[in-house]
Design a protein around this ligand. Structure first.
Ligand SMILES: [Zn+2]
Length: 284
Protein backbone atom coordinates (compact mmCIF):
# COMPACT_ATOMS: atom_id res chain seq x y z
CA UNK A 1 0.00 0.00 0.00
CA UNK A 2 1.38 3.43 -1.01
CA UNK A 3 -0.59 5.26 1.67
CA UNK A 4 0.69 6.25 5.15
CA UNK A 5 -1.38 5.36 8.22
CA UNK A 6 -2.98 8.83 8.68
CA UNK A 7 -3.70 8.81 4.94
CA UNK A 8 -5.33 5.38 5.22
CA UNK A 9 -7.45 6.54 8.14
CA UNK A 10 -8.68 9.51 6.08
CA UNK A 11 -9.46 7.15 3.23
CA UNK A 12 -11.51 4.90 5.47
CA UNK A 13 -13.92 7.78 6.02
CA UNK A 14 -14.01 8.61 2.29
CA UNK A 15 -14.97 5.39 0.49
CA UNK A 16 -15.11 7.12 -2.92
CA UNK A 17 -11.33 7.69 -2.69
CA UNK A 18 -10.40 4.06 -1.96
CA UNK A 19 -9.46 3.40 -5.58
CA UNK A 20 -6.31 5.46 -5.02
CA UNK A 21 -5.35 3.59 -1.86
CA UNK A 22 -5.49 0.09 -3.27
CA UNK A 23 -5.77 -1.26 -6.80
CA UNK A 24 -8.45 -3.84 -5.87
CA UNK A 25 -10.88 -1.12 -4.75
CA UNK A 26 -11.12 -0.07 -8.38
CA UNK A 27 -11.66 -3.67 -9.60
CA UNK A 28 -14.52 -5.05 -11.68
CA UNK A 29 -16.15 -7.28 -9.01
CA UNK A 30 -16.57 -4.95 -6.07
CA UNK A 31 -19.02 -4.95 -3.16
CA UNK A 32 -21.51 -3.87 -2.01
CA UNK A 33 -24.08 -3.82 -4.83
CA UNK A 34 -27.71 -2.95 -5.32
CA UNK A 35 -29.68 -6.16 -5.97
CA UNK A 36 -32.33 -5.67 -8.65
CA UNK A 37 -34.62 -8.54 -7.73
CA UNK A 38 -36.33 -8.86 -11.15
CA UNK A 39 -32.89 -9.39 -12.72
CA UNK A 40 -31.86 -12.16 -10.29
CA UNK A 41 -31.84 -15.74 -11.57
CA UNK A 42 -33.38 -18.53 -9.49
CA UNK A 43 -30.78 -21.25 -8.89
CA UNK A 44 -31.83 -24.72 -7.69
CA UNK A 45 -28.31 -25.27 -6.26
CA UNK A 46 -28.94 -22.56 -3.66
CA UNK A 47 -30.37 -24.98 -1.11
CA UNK A 48 -30.76 -24.28 2.64
CA UNK A 49 -27.50 -23.90 4.60
CA UNK A 50 -26.14 -26.36 7.13
CA UNK A 51 -25.15 -24.32 10.16
CA UNK A 52 -22.86 -26.20 12.50
CA UNK A 53 -22.09 -25.09 16.07
CA UNK A 54 -23.89 -21.80 15.48
CA UNK A 55 -25.59 -22.51 18.84
CA UNK A 56 -22.18 -22.71 20.51
CA UNK A 57 -21.97 -20.17 23.32
CA UNK A 58 -18.67 -18.27 23.40
CA UNK A 59 -17.09 -15.41 25.32
CA UNK A 60 -15.95 -12.94 22.69
CA UNK A 61 -14.27 -9.54 22.79
CA UNK A 62 -16.05 -6.66 21.11
CA UNK A 63 -13.79 -3.94 19.73
CA UNK A 64 -14.12 -0.45 18.26
CA UNK A 65 -11.50 -0.77 15.49
CA UNK A 66 -11.82 2.84 14.35
CA UNK A 67 -14.22 2.14 11.49
CA UNK A 68 -16.67 -0.44 12.91
CA UNK A 69 -17.34 -2.72 15.84
CA UNK A 70 -15.97 -6.22 15.46
CA UNK A 71 -16.22 -9.43 17.43
CA UNK A 72 -13.74 -12.27 16.96
CA UNK A 73 -15.42 -15.69 16.85
CA UNK A 74 -13.79 -19.00 17.82
CA UNK A 75 -13.36 -20.96 14.56
CA UNK A 76 -15.79 -23.67 15.72
CA UNK A 77 -18.94 -22.47 13.98
CA UNK A 78 -19.12 -23.61 10.37
CA UNK A 79 -21.45 -23.24 7.44
CA UNK A 80 -21.86 -25.45 4.37
CA UNK A 81 -24.56 -26.23 1.81
CA UNK A 82 -26.29 -23.18 0.40
CA UNK A 83 -24.45 -23.66 -2.89
CA UNK A 84 -21.07 -23.02 -1.20
CA UNK A 85 -18.16 -24.97 -2.76
CA UNK A 86 -16.98 -26.32 0.62
CA UNK A 87 -17.29 -25.85 4.40
CA UNK A 88 -16.40 -22.40 5.72
CA UNK A 89 -15.64 -21.51 9.36
CA UNK A 90 -16.63 -18.30 11.11
CA UNK A 91 -13.80 -15.84 11.86
CA UNK A 92 -15.41 -12.58 12.97
CA UNK A 93 -18.52 -10.49 12.64
CA UNK A 94 -18.98 -6.73 12.34
CA UNK A 95 -21.66 -4.23 11.39
CA UNK A 96 -22.33 -1.31 9.06
CA UNK A 97 -24.84 1.38 10.02
CA UNK A 98 -26.16 4.87 9.30
CA UNK A 99 -26.78 7.97 11.38
CA UNK A 100 -29.09 7.53 14.39
CA UNK A 101 -30.98 4.61 12.87
CA UNK A 102 -31.19 6.17 9.38
CA UNK A 103 -30.20 4.28 6.19
CA UNK A 104 -26.97 2.38 6.81
CA UNK A 105 -26.75 -1.02 5.13
CA UNK A 106 -24.06 -1.59 2.51
CA UNK A 107 -26.11 -3.71 0.13
CA UNK A 108 -29.43 -2.40 -1.09
CA UNK A 109 -32.40 -4.37 -2.44
CA UNK A 110 -34.22 -2.66 -5.32
CA UNK A 111 -32.67 0.58 -4.08
CA UNK A 112 -33.85 0.16 -0.50
CA UNK A 113 -31.16 0.76 2.11
CA UNK A 114 -31.80 -0.89 5.47
CA UNK A 115 -30.73 0.74 8.78
CA UNK A 116 -27.89 -1.72 9.43
CA UNK A 117 -26.14 -4.78 8.01
CA UNK A 118 -24.37 -7.64 9.81
CA UNK A 119 -21.44 -9.41 8.16
CA UNK A 120 -20.41 -12.78 9.52
CA UNK A 121 -17.05 -13.40 7.84
CA UNK A 122 -16.07 -17.03 7.16
CA UNK A 123 -13.06 -18.61 5.46
CA UNK A 124 -12.61 -22.03 3.82
CA UNK A 125 -12.18 -24.55 6.62
CA UNK A 126 -8.61 -25.55 5.78
CA UNK A 127 -7.18 -22.03 6.06
CA UNK A 128 -5.84 -20.72 9.37
CA UNK A 129 -5.85 -16.98 8.65
CA UNK A 130 -7.87 -14.53 6.56
CA UNK A 131 -4.85 -13.19 4.67
CA UNK A 132 -4.21 -16.62 3.15
CA UNK A 133 -7.92 -17.16 2.49
CA UNK A 134 -8.07 -13.85 0.58
CA UNK A 135 -5.56 -15.15 -1.98
CA UNK A 136 -8.18 -17.76 -3.02
CA UNK A 137 -10.91 -16.28 -5.31
CA UNK A 138 -13.53 -18.17 -3.24
CA UNK A 139 -11.56 -18.21 0.01
CA UNK A 140 -14.00 -16.10 1.99
CA UNK A 141 -17.77 -16.41 2.45
CA UNK A 142 -19.62 -13.52 4.06
CA UNK A 143 -23.16 -14.02 5.32
CA UNK A 144 -24.94 -10.68 5.20
CA UNK A 145 -28.06 -9.90 7.25
CA UNK A 146 -30.20 -6.78 7.11
CA UNK A 147 -31.85 -5.12 10.11
CA UNK A 148 -35.29 -3.55 10.26
CA UNK A 149 -36.77 -1.14 12.77
CA UNK A 150 -39.20 -2.72 15.22
CA UNK A 151 -41.38 -1.30 17.98
CA UNK A 152 -39.89 -3.48 20.68
CA UNK A 153 -36.29 -4.07 21.73
CA UNK A 154 -34.64 -7.30 20.58
CA UNK A 155 -33.51 -8.84 23.87
CA UNK A 156 -31.09 -11.19 22.15
CA UNK A 157 -29.04 -8.13 21.21
CA UNK A 158 -28.78 -6.67 24.71
CA UNK A 159 -25.27 -8.11 25.33
CA UNK A 160 -23.97 -6.36 22.18
CA UNK A 161 -25.87 -3.08 22.72
CA UNK A 162 -24.82 -2.81 26.38
CA UNK A 163 -21.16 -3.44 25.49
CA UNK A 164 -21.15 -0.49 23.05
CA UNK A 165 -21.16 1.95 25.98
CA UNK A 166 -17.73 0.63 27.03
CA UNK A 167 -16.06 0.89 23.61
CA UNK A 168 -16.94 4.39 22.45
CA UNK A 169 -13.38 5.32 21.44
CA UNK A 170 -10.99 3.72 18.91
CA UNK A 171 -9.32 0.55 20.17
CA UNK A 172 -11.79 0.39 23.06
CA UNK A 173 -12.62 -3.23 23.74
CA UNK A 174 -14.50 -5.21 26.33
CA UNK A 175 -15.48 -8.83 26.85
CA UNK A 176 -18.99 -9.80 25.86
CA UNK A 177 -21.23 -11.88 28.08
CA UNK A 178 -21.64 -15.39 26.59
CA UNK A 179 -23.42 -15.21 23.21
CA UNK A 180 -23.95 -17.52 20.24
CA UNK A 181 -24.06 -16.65 16.54
CA UNK A 182 -27.49 -18.31 16.37
CA UNK A 183 -28.98 -15.80 18.80
CA UNK A 184 -27.96 -12.89 16.56
CA UNK A 185 -29.59 -14.11 13.34
CA UNK A 186 -33.10 -15.24 12.35
CA UNK A 187 -34.14 -18.86 13.07
CA UNK A 188 -32.69 -21.34 10.59
CA UNK A 189 -36.05 -22.05 8.93
CA UNK A 190 -36.25 -18.36 8.02
CA UNK A 191 -32.90 -18.39 6.24
CA UNK A 192 -33.85 -20.26 3.07
CA UNK A 193 -34.43 -17.12 0.94
CA UNK A 194 -31.21 -15.42 -0.06
CA UNK A 195 -29.19 -13.82 -2.86
CA UNK A 196 -25.76 -14.95 -4.05
CA UNK A 197 -23.05 -13.21 -6.03
CA UNK A 198 -19.25 -12.96 -6.25
CA UNK A 199 -17.71 -9.80 -4.88
CA UNK A 200 -15.14 -8.26 -2.59
CA UNK A 201 -14.38 -7.02 0.90
CA UNK A 202 -16.06 -3.62 1.34
CA UNK A 203 -13.06 -2.06 3.13
CA UNK A 204 -9.47 -1.69 1.81
CA UNK A 205 -7.89 -3.69 0.23
CA UNK A 206 -11.33 -4.57 -1.26
CA UNK A 207 -9.98 -8.04 -2.18
CA UNK A 208 -12.17 -9.85 -4.74
CA UNK A 209 -12.29 -13.18 -2.92
CA UNK A 210 -15.77 -13.17 -1.38
CA UNK A 211 -18.76 -15.45 -2.01
CA UNK A 212 -21.60 -13.19 -0.86
CA UNK A 213 -24.89 -14.34 0.65
CA UNK A 214 -27.58 -11.78 1.47
CA UNK A 215 -30.53 -13.10 3.45
CA UNK A 216 -33.95 -11.70 2.66
CA UNK A 217 -35.34 -12.01 6.21
CA UNK A 218 -34.22 -9.02 8.31
CA UNK A 219 -33.31 -8.93 12.03
CA UNK A 220 -35.56 -6.64 14.13
CA UNK A 221 -34.03 -3.99 16.40
CA UNK A 222 -35.73 -1.05 18.08
CA UNK A 223 -34.87 2.50 16.97
CA UNK A 224 -33.29 3.01 20.40
CA UNK A 225 -31.02 -0.03 19.88
CA UNK A 226 -30.07 1.12 16.38
CA UNK A 227 -29.25 4.60 17.66
CA UNK A 228 -26.78 3.28 20.24
CA UNK A 229 -24.31 2.50 17.43
CA UNK A 230 -24.15 6.22 16.55
CA UNK A 231 -22.73 6.96 20.03
CA UNK A 232 -19.45 5.30 19.01
CA UNK A 233 -16.59 7.55 17.86
CA UNK A 234 -14.19 7.39 14.91
CA UNK A 235 -10.44 7.73 15.61
CA UNK A 236 -10.80 11.52 15.19
CA UNK A 237 -13.51 11.78 17.85
CA UNK A 238 -16.34 12.37 15.36
CA UNK A 239 -19.51 10.25 15.67
CA UNK A 240 -19.09 6.86 14.01
CA UNK A 241 -22.01 7.12 11.58
CA UNK A 242 -22.48 6.16 7.94
CA UNK A 243 -20.03 3.24 8.15
CA UNK A 244 -21.07 1.81 4.80
CA UNK A 245 -19.39 1.81 1.41
CA UNK A 246 -21.65 3.03 -1.44
CA UNK A 247 -22.93 0.44 -3.92
CA UNK A 248 -20.53 -0.49 -6.73
CA UNK A 249 -21.19 -1.28 -10.42
CA UNK A 250 -22.21 -4.87 -11.24
CA UNK A 251 -20.08 -4.90 -14.41
CA UNK A 252 -22.11 -7.74 -15.91
CA UNK A 253 -22.14 -9.99 -12.84
CA UNK A 254 -25.20 -12.19 -12.37
CA UNK A 255 -26.96 -12.23 -8.99
CA UNK A 256 -28.69 -15.53 -8.17
CA UNK A 257 -31.50 -16.21 -5.77
CA UNK A 258 -32.38 -19.34 -3.83
CA UNK A 259 -35.54 -21.32 -4.40
CA UNK A 260 -35.17 -22.29 -8.05
CA UNK A 261 -36.49 -25.78 -7.29
CA UNK A 262 -39.23 -24.46 -5.01
CA UNK A 263 -40.42 -22.06 -7.72
CA UNK A 264 -40.55 -24.95 -10.21
CA UNK A 265 -42.38 -27.14 -7.71
CA UNK A 266 -45.01 -24.51 -6.97
CA UNK A 267 -45.47 -23.92 -10.72
CA UNK A 268 -46.09 -27.66 -11.16
CA UNK A 269 -48.65 -27.60 -8.33
CA UNK A 270 -50.33 -24.57 -9.89
CA UNK A 271 -50.49 -26.20 -13.36
CA UNK A 272 -51.94 -29.36 -11.79
CA UNK A 273 -54.53 -27.30 -9.86
CA UNK A 274 -55.56 -25.44 -13.01
CA UNK A 275 -55.77 -28.74 -14.90
CA UNK A 276 -58.06 -30.18 -12.24
CA UNK A 277 -60.19 -27.00 -12.24
CA UNK A 278 -60.58 -27.19 -16.01
CA UNK A 279 -61.43 -30.86 -15.82
CA UNK A 280 -58.41 -31.66 -17.98
CA UNK A 281 -57.26 -34.41 -15.63
CA UNK A 282 -60.54 -36.33 -16.22
CA UNK A 283 -60.86 -36.72 -19.98
CA UNK A 284 -64.53 -37.74 -20.51
ZN1 LIG B 1 -18.56 -5.62 6.35
Amino acid sequence: CRCSLPCLLRLVSAPDKWTHANGDCGGKSQSPINVVTRKTLPDARLTPFDFNNYQQIFRGTIKNNGHSVQVGVPHLSTVSGGGLPTTYKAVQFHLHWGDNGGPGSEHTIDGEQYPMELHIVHMKHHYTDLTTALSDPEGVAVLGFFYERSNSANRKYEPIINALRSIKTTNGNTSLPPVSLAQLIPAQQNLTSYYRYKGSLTTPGCTEAVVWTLFENPIPLSTEQLRTFSELKFHDGKPMVGTFRPVQPLNGRQVYRSGGAAVLASTTVLVAAVAVALGLSRPN
